[in-house]
Design a protein around this ligand. Structure first.
Ligand code: URA
Length: 215
C-alpha cells in the first residue's frame, strides 16, 4: 500500500489561506498548498492543485481529487483519470496540452475499514475552494473550459446548470470563454446496467469531448 506522507506545511490559522506572493500561477499553487479555508485540509494528505501548461487553451475541471490523487498529489491519475486519458487518446488529443484541475482541491472521504470512500464536497466547502479555481482561470485565461460532472459545471456555469439536460452543448461565460460540460468519468465507470450500459455511457462521454475538435 502506498505510504501517506504529508508534505510540511506553513502555519496558517484555521479558516484561512496564505496570500499568494505574486500574481503567478506558481505563487497561487504555493499558497493553496497551505490552505485551511475549510476543514477538508485536515484529513487529506495534501492539496492537489491543477497541472498543465500555464498558457493552455483548454482548462478541464473535475470535482475533487480521489484516493490516488490525494496520495500522489496529481489530478486525475486514478481510475477516472485513466478513463479520461483513454477518451482523449481516442480523439487524438494530447493531455499534456491541457490544464487539468478540480473544483475542490482536497480529497473528502469517509473511512470504511481500510478504504477511504469518496464523499461529495458540500456547498460551503465548494465555496471556500472557489478562489483557487477562479485564480487558475484568471491566470490561464483558457479559450475553452471543460467541466467533468455536475459539481464542476455548477462551479463554473452556476447552480442552475443541469448536466443531464445540457451536457455536450456550448455555453459562454460573461467574459466570452466557451464552456461545455459532460458527465464525470466516474459516472461512466459506475454506469448501472452492465457492460452495454457502460459502453454507451463511454461512447456518449467521448462524443461530448469531441466538441474539443471544433477548436
Ligand atoms: N475525480 C476528480 O474529479 N478529480 C480527480 O482529480 C480525480 C477523480
Amino acid at each position: 500500500m502506498a505510504t501517506r506522507k504529508r508534505p510540511a506545511r506553513r502555519s496558517v490559522p484555521e479558516g484561512s489561506a496564505p496570500e499568494p506572493r505574486d500574481e503567478s500561477l506558481d505563487a497561487l499553487r504555493d499558497a493553496a498548498r497551505d490552505c485551511k479555508r475549510c476543514p477538508l485540509w485536515k484529513p487529506a494528505t495534501q492539496t492537489v492543485f491543477g497541472e498543465g501548461p500555464d498558457d493552455a487553451r483548454v482548462l478541464v475541471v473535475g470535482e475533487q481529487p480521489g484516493d490516488r490523487e490525494d496520495l500522489s498529489g496529481h489530478p486525475f491519475v486514478g481510475p477516472a483519470g485513466k478513463l479520461f486519458d483513454r477518451a482523449l487518446a481516442e480523439l487524438g488529443i494530447d493531455r499534456a496540452g491541457l490544464y487539468v484541475t478540480n473544483a475542490v482541491k482536497h480529497f473528502k472521504f469517509e473511512r470504511r475499514g481500510k478504504a477511504r470512500l469518496h464523499k461529495s464536497p458540500n456547498a460551503s466547502e465548494q465555496r471556500a475552494c472557489r478562489l483557487w479555481l477562479e485564480g487558475e482561470l484568471a491566470r490561464i485565461r483558457p479559450a475553452v473550459v471543460v467541466c467533468l460532472g455536475a459539481i464542476a459545471a455548477r462551479n463554473v456555469l452556476g447552480p442552475a446548470f443541469r448536466v443531464t439536460r445540457q451536457r455536450g452543448t456550448w455555453q459562454e461565460l460573461a467574459d466570452g470563454t466557451r464552456v461545455f460540460a459532460t458527465v464525470h468519468p466516474s459516472a461512466v465507470l459506475r454506469a448501472r446496467g452492465g457492460d452495454e450500459a457502460r459502453r454507451l455511457a463511454y461512447r456518449d462521454f467521448v462524443a461530448d469531448l469531441a466538441l474539443l475538435l471544433d477548436l
